[in-house]
Design a binder for this molecule. Structure first.
Ligand code: ADP
Ligand code: ZN
Length: 435
């Protein structure tokens, strides 16, 4: 049977969860209305008072909040408690612009650690495990998030942080690490270095990995699982909402359970703001139900996914969200066609390449161009020129049938693209430089 960290919540009936959610939502709306001028003004303008939240559906009366709002109130304008009650600050990695600052009370840190403990437990972690954390420690939430979860469980935490990959491999070996936490792109790089150093998965004791903080495909999961000899679990989160642990995968590996006693999830139409509900793709929106210092309501994540309450074989009743297929701002529009980097990754990995690739987009004479640069594997690199040309042609065709547009393919020698120790940078959009 699956182990749960908090079975009373993770397997609660939907009715019970909704009841907890409503009570917490009402309390949270009162809290921000009383303590954050930003929310009070915004709600007054929309003509909604805390008393108007009588049932969960009333959440739709509250205005949305956007990353820009966080930037406008930088750094502390959205905090709902005095700074003396804040014990930690984190900041988003700033992948898409100026960073946003999030504050935590002691209680907030505790909730966060609990959420991460649920994720680690779902990946099989107990107090007998050695948890190797290669997410960066610092303002980025990855390192301390995973660390807090492992501490709650009572596992041995190895706070390696990211970087110095050879040393990471030696520590994995020497300390007998059984669970690895890092970004999926870094997990792949660690696997690469392990093999370059002359070892295989049999020289380490890893059994599971908890990987997230960036989009990754199922094909990439299979590659990591094979190279490291582990089961790889997805974990999702964002600094604005709390960090990693907003949602986590169970052994079924068909989407992530949202910790919905703490984070209320909605899916909306990104263009109209209409609430779409379950089993329809749209933008994921979260409301923090319990976080006190920096409680975001109806936050537009720009992540695209689907939520569903279909029964899960793990026994958890928490609603599930699909792997987000990327953010709306990662979506490339090439000659009017929508392209997600994850679609390109799927084709590459299905054709036997490793996830070492880069996408270069440009505009030449008012015509969008897209080039997919991918490293050859060692075997392919030692093939004949004709063999390589044939593989390049196959890849061009595969991309064409996935994307419906022509992409230029460039096969590179192994080990030529930069490796990522955190979030991989997949897209270079030169059009933005010309604008
Ligand atoms: P930044 O916004 O600067 O990148 P964060 O580290 O808070 O800062 O990143 C959160 C974002 O990372 C999410 O909104 C999502 O787009 C992405 N992300 C996090 N976990 C996953 C995951 N498991 N799968 C796909 N995307 C993820
Ligand atoms: Zn499950």
């Amino acid at each position: 049977m699956d182990k749960y960290y908090q079975p009373e919540i993770e397997t609660a009936s939907v009715g019970d969860i909704r009841k907890i959610q409503l009570e917490r939502l009402q309390e949270q709306v009162k809290h921000v209305y009383a303590n954050v001028p930003y929310y009070r003004e915004k709600m007054d303008k929309a003509g909604v008072k805390p008393e108007d939240i009588k049932e969960l559906a009333d959440i739709a009366k509250l205005p949305f909040n956007y990353k820009q709002d966080l930037r406008d109130t930088y750094p502390y304008g959205m905090f709902a408690v005095p700074l003396k009650d804040v014990v930690r600050l984190h900041a988003s990695s700033g992948t898409t612009g100026k960073q946003v600052v999030a504050g935590y009370t002691r209680g907030d840190l505790d909730i966060w650690a609990e959420c991460c403990a649920r994720a680690l437990t779902a990946a099989g972690c107990t107090d007998e495990d050695v948890v190797h954390v290669s997410y960066g420690y610092g303002l980025f939430t990855g390192g301390l998030g995973a660390d807090g979860g492992a501490m709650k469980i009572g596992a041995v935490t190895v706070p390696v942080s990211s970087g110095n990959t050879k040393r990471q491999v030696n520590i994995l070996k020497d300390f007998g690490s059984s669970i690895l936490c890092c970004t999926p792109s870094y997990a792949l790089h660690i696997a690469e270095v392990l093999h370059e150093m002359g070892y295989t998965k049999d020289d380490i004791s890893l059994k599971a990995g908890v990987f997230g903080a960036e989009p990754w495909t199922n094909e990439m999961r299979l590659q990591i699982e094979e190279l490291l000899g582990i089961k790889a679990y997805d974990i999702y989160g964002l600094t604005e909402i709390i960090g990693p642990g907003v949602a986590f995968e169970c052994a079924e590996q068909t989407g992530m359970h949202v910790n919905e006693d703490h984070f209320l999830v909605e899916v909306i139409d990104p263009d109209t703001g209409e609430v779409l509900g379950e089993d329809v793709q749209g933008e994921i929106v979260f409301t923090c139900l319990t976080r006190k210092a920096f409680p975001l309501l109806r936050y537009r994540t720009r992540d695209i996914g689907v939520i569903t309450r279909q029964k899960c074989s793990c026994g958890r009743t928490l609603i599930k969200m699909t792997k987000p297929r990327g953010r709306t701002d990662d979506m490339l529009i090439i000659r009017g066609v929508n392209v997600f980097p994850s679609q390109i990754e799927t084709v590459l990995l299905e054709q036997g390449y490793m996830a070492n690739y880069q996408i270069v987009v440009d505009r030449v004479d008012n015509f969008d161009t897209i080039e997919v640069q991918v490293e050859m594997t060692k075997e392919l690199f030692s093939d004949t020129v004709r063999g390589i040309a044939e593989r390049a042609r196959e890849l061009t065709e595969g991309l064409k049938s996935m994307l419906n547009i022509n992409a230029k393919v460039t096969l590179l020698e192994p080990n030529t693209l930069p490796r990522s120790e955190g979030k991989a940078k997949r897209v270079i959009d030169k059009r933005k430089l010309h604008d």
